[in-house]
Design a protein around this ligand. Structure first.
Ligand code: 6MZ
Length: 363
């Protein structure tokens, strides 16, 4: 496991609230129990349960949202999630989250996202670079991006690039989806680079989100879609026709979908543990990773919800190695290749190529 931890990694599919630490979730739930907002004894076993079907996962998310959706909890979770990824040598993180509105807490989608940004600023143990270079004031060392050569215990401090994707939840209306896209455009200078479509795949219609997704792409935002998490041939077809910049999962694809995917070269975010836990693939041996990898299709390994599925990105690489017989060299290359599909500018990509090249010499 040590090797997979020390290898530099790129995470392109991580949901903020799905990446919450178990200990934090339990602590926040207990505090709400003490205040009488929830019955802690009823939720404890739901949190601690390990195997969940896809529909149970979405029930858990509803519970997580009750527990986490206030400004200070969101700030805390963001800080911890970034620290956890940086700790296992994730050098670039695209973190996605659904901007939420909650009138009773005075929360708007904007104030929710400001709480996330506060969490990025609150990280002390590593350098977090989330403001795009084009927005950095010249000749000023930004308080948000401290000097990467700063020493910590004699070692160069770790640095992690973070970019944000705003998620549209499939329960949302066209107007709500559009509001999320408008907010993403307004917050671009804080490293918001794209839009994700996610949420319970059994809910909602593609046509509802299409106007907002089209608008996002026209305005230069990147778009990634949860695609084929359940069997829905028409929707998968329509999503692939849309030509998103990336897709996540691709579990319930039919022959026609594979053909279209491969000919359009859309990179796929692969989440092995998530797909197994939610029974979206029958066994690891049957996972479409193998076919796509052999076809040299653009792929990236991701965690999806490291908290909910008790995994880490290092663990996903370890699973790929032991399940598909891939060696360290192949998986190092796979990890490095993700630079080509990330939603970041060329300055970041160049910086990361150097990181990987120097790691290749040292590992
Ligand atoms: C689809 C998922 C997901 O946005 O509150 N989410 N959507 N499929 C998945 N695979 C299992 N895992 C997470 O993070 C939690 C939200 O992310 C989406 C769901 O909408 C979930 O409510 P945020 O930070």
């Amino acid at each position: 496991m040590d090797w997979w931890v020390s290898m530099p990694k790129i995470e392109l599919h991580a949901h903020l609230n799905g990446s919450i630490r178990d200990s934090t979730l339990l602590e926040l739930a207990r505090a709400l129990g003490d205040k009488g907002v929830i019955d802690f004894s009823q939720v404890e076993h739901v949190i601690l349960k390990n195997d969940r079907s896809l529909s149970e996962v979405f029930k858990l998310f509803d519970l997580i949202h009750v527990v986490t959706t206030d400004h200070s909890s969101i700030t805390r979770i963001t800080k911890e999630v970034v620290e956890d990824f940086a700790f296992e040598n994730v050098v670039y993180l695209e973190l996605r989250t659904t901007p939420k509105k909650n009138d009773s807490l005075g929360m708007s989608k904007r104030s929710y996202m400001e709480a996330v940004l506060e969490g990025l600023r609150a990280v002390r143990s590593v350098d977090v670079a989330f403001i795009p270079y084009s927005e950095e004031p010249r000749n000023l060392s930004s308080p948000l991006l401290s000097d990467a050569s700063e020493k910590c215990n004699g070692n160069t401090r770790k640095k992690i690039f973070v970019r944000l994707l705003f998620s549209i939840d499939r329960r949302e209306t066209t107007e709500a989806a559009m509001e999320t896209v408008m907010l993403a455009l307004e917050m671009r200078h804080f490293g918001v680079v794209g839009i994700d479509l996610s949420g319970n795949p059994a809910v909602g219609e593609w046509i509802t989100y299409l106007p907002a997704l089209k608008f996002a792409r026209e305005q230069g935002l990147y778009v990634t879609l949860h695609c084929g998490e359940v069997s829905n041939s028409n929707e998968i077809h329509n999503m692939l026709e849309f030509l998103p910049h990336r897709i996540g999962h691709a579990c319930f694809f039919e022959e026609e979908h594979w053909r279209r995917l491969k000919s359009s070269n859309i990179p796929v975010e692969i989440c092995l543990t998530s797909n197994l836990r939610t029974l979206s693939v029958p066994t690891i041996d049957a996972h479409h990773f193998v076919d796509l990898y052999n076809a040299k299709h653009p792929l990236v390994l991701c965690t999806d919800d490291s908290g909910v599925f008790s995994t880490s990105l290092s663990n996903e690489y370890k699973i790929a190695s032991s399940s598909f017989g891939l060696g360290q060299k192949e998986l190092f290359e796979l990890s490095k290749n993700a630079i080509e599909f990330m939603f970041a500018d060329n300055v970041v990509k160049e910086d990361l190529r150097k990181t990987f090249n120097s790691a290749a010499k040292n590992l």
